[in-house]
Design a protein around this ligand. Structure first.
Ligand code: FMN
Length: 357
């Protein structure tokens, strides 16, 4: 991968066997064919990587789904990046973030989840309340109008992500609804049009369809809110989003929905090089610590989202979720301090050392 921004120092040379173990299963595996949402297991709470998942290089070739899964490969990629320390002239940092005219206490946001309500707990509302308690940006995925209204009523600055419905009337209706209830921004997850079996997907019976640049432009024009596109993993899509006037993109493989996806962090540098500050760059998938967040921010992301890592806490209430988000922000501040970064705009990719790629 092209890397013109930071150290190419290589501490560990990848053997050809290692690389083959990573790439072949990825090549062999097909798509996930879920028609609802990411089914992958939640990572264990705390900083540890998800338990029980072999690293790609160690995984058995007879289990290509595991060896090549986007989630395990994403985790592996995070862990191959090392951070150098810079103490001279360093000080305690600020993690404040400005986004679309508002100031937040942290660049660590929630992710666009859905389906978190059950009979005991309205998990989606708890999630929003926790984001509000942290003065963090909140994201919401699919869901009905009333659920969005309840979420926005918590006071959380909410970005609503709309599915790529075949019917643009339905998309426009949902954009209007998001605007009318006071969402902070609105957008679309473009990575949900196909079912992985050579057809278009259906979500709760409604047909999905990929969107053209012209259609995206019409969504952008239809609202005063910033319009974001989620599911970008290529310079190709990033350029088209810029052409459409999109305000921000989320680098995401939707929690491994497509099993062979490249880690979002791996696509980040190339995309950031092309975007050059013209759109905001957000990133999610597998972020479980302040250190993970730091690596994304150092390499060019404006903010990061955390989904499955927080999901197990939703049933425990607002405080545990908010505490975990705050702890991640504190971890981020700790790494910023030790690397001489005083604010988010001072992030410097040259602190990152690649050990493998
Ligand atoms: C239960 C669940 C529901 C999700 N629903 C949506 C959704 O409706 N829209 C969307 O764009 N992404 C959805 N996602 C994907 C997340 O926004 C996010 O991209 C993914 O979980 C990766 O981040 P994570 O590793 O921090 O969980 C969902 C993920 C999960 C686990």
């Amino acid at each position: 991968m092209k890397n013109n921004k930071f150290s190419r120092r290589t501490f560990v040379k990848a053997s050809s066997a290692t690389l083959a173990a990573m790439s072949l299963p990825m090549f062999l595996t097909g798509c996930s064919n879920t028609s609802t949402e990411a089914p992958a297991a939640a990572p264990a709470p705390g900083n540890a990587p998800p338990q029980g998942r072999p690293r790609p290089a160690e995984a058995s070739i007879s289990n290509p789904w595991e060896a090549g899964s986007a989630d395990s490969f994403t985790r592996y990629y995070f862990d191959t990046l090392m951070v150098e320390t810079r103490y001279m002239d360093a000080d305690l940092p600020s993690t404040k973030m400005n986004l679309f005219g508002e100031t937040f206490d942290t660049p660590i946001m929630t992710a666009a989840l859905s389906h978190q309500n059950n009979q005991e707990v309205k998990g989606m509302v708890v999630y929003a309340q926790a984001a509000a308690a942290c003065n963090a940006v909140h994201w919401m995925g699919m869901g009905e109008d009333q659920e969005l209204e309840e979420i926005v009523a918590t006071g959380a600055k909410t970005i609503k992500v709309i599915k790529p419905h075949e019917s643009n009337d339905e998309v426009f209706r949902r954009i209007r609804h998001a605007e009318s209830v006071g969402c902070f921004a609105v957008g679309m997850d473009i990575d949900h049009p196909f079912n992985g079996r050579g057809g278009y997907d259906r979500v709760y019976g409604l047909p999905m369809k990929p969107k053209s640049t012209a259609e995206m432009k019409s969504f952008v024009k239809a609202t005063k809110l910033p319009f974001v596109v989620k599911g970008v993993l290529s310079v190709h899509d990033a350029r088209r989003c810029m052409e459409a006037g999109v305000a921000g993109i989320v680098l995401s493989h939707h929690g491994g929905r497509v099993r062979y996806s490249i880690p979002p962090l791996m696509a980040l540098e190339q995309i950031a090089d092309v975007v050059k500050g013209k759109m905001k760059i957000f990133i999610d998938c597998g972020i479980v610590s302040g250190m993970d967040a730091y690596k994304c921010l150092a390499l060019g992301a404006d903010a990061v989202s955390v989904g499955r890592h927080l999901m197990p806490l939703l049933k425990e209430g607002v405080e545990p979720v908010a505490n975990r988000m705050k702890a991640m922000t504190a971890e981020l501040a700790g790494v910023m301090a030790a690397t001489g970064v005083k604010s988010l705009k001072d992030m410097d990719p040259t602190v990152i050392h690649k050990t493998l790629f």
